[in-house]
Design a protein around this ligand. Structure first.
Ligand SMILES: [Zn+2]
Length: 119
């Protein structure tokens, strides 16, 4: 599943917009190469690890310590971005008044329930 996130940290990462995040089962992802980790506590209170390329700074992954079964992949880093069609918008209460949101998608004012991931 893919969700657009308007939390404040995502706005920093996405240069003022929402991030587009694809949820995968953690054991379905193989990572090669060096990553840097930006550990932080999210607006939800979750301890997070946001990992990025140490050469170019592109954000690649996000993981919550409370949800080790899933890994979030930044949709813009996928070779095929068409597989990342969003199904919801989250943290809408943190969005600026001018934010453009897809009105056909369900909105969550903050952190929604942990997504179930089919295998
Ligand atoms: Zn966010």
């Amino acid at each position: 599943m893919t969700r657009m996130c308007w939390c404040r940290l995502c706005q920093y990462i996405a240069a003022g917009n929402a991030t587009v995040n694809v949820v995968f089962p953690s054991d379905s992802i193989t990572i090669k190469g060096e990553l840097r980790d930006y550990p932080s506590v999210a607006d939800s209170g979750n301890a997070m690890h946001r990992r990025f390329c140490p050469s170019c700074g592109t954000h690649l992954f996000s993981e919550a310590e409370a949800r080790p079964n899933v890994i979030i992949v930044r949709a813009g880093t996928l070779d095929d971005t068409e597989i990342a069609k969003p199904v919801a918008t989250i943290w809408t209460d943190a969005a600026p008044s001018w934010a453009c949101m897809n009105e056909s998608l369900p909105k969550f004012p903050g952190q929604p329930p942990t997504p179930a991931v089919a295998k």
